[in-house]
Design a protein. Sequence first.
Length: 135
Amino acid sequence: VLIIMKKLLIFIALINISDISASKEIVFKKGDQWVLEARSNRLSSDSKVLYHIPSDAYHTYYAREFGDWDIFSMVDSRDIERLSKGDVIQILESEYNSKIYKVKLLSGFNKNKNFYVIAEDLKNYYKPIQEQINE
């Protein structure tokens, strides 16, 4: 009986942990503005990027997700926009089942042009602008 009670307590604890992690899921809404917080310099080779073509962003996502770095995951460097820390983007719409987002760049040389970002990069490297958090 004691073993069954321990297993039941562990099961309940695991359910509560999964509920907590699910409630912290980030929601991207149209019109939200996000600022690049990760270290990035548009002049370096390891800078964070936006994509000019949505299929390039999706193929890169696919290659990362499945470890399939074949010829289709190659992206021409002329088809990416390198970013610097502090650059701001605005979410316009989701594509490819919310794996890719169409965004407008609100700062930098190509200000007010549309690009594409991988949702996972958005979660990991960007933070929402403070005014939106207080709403």
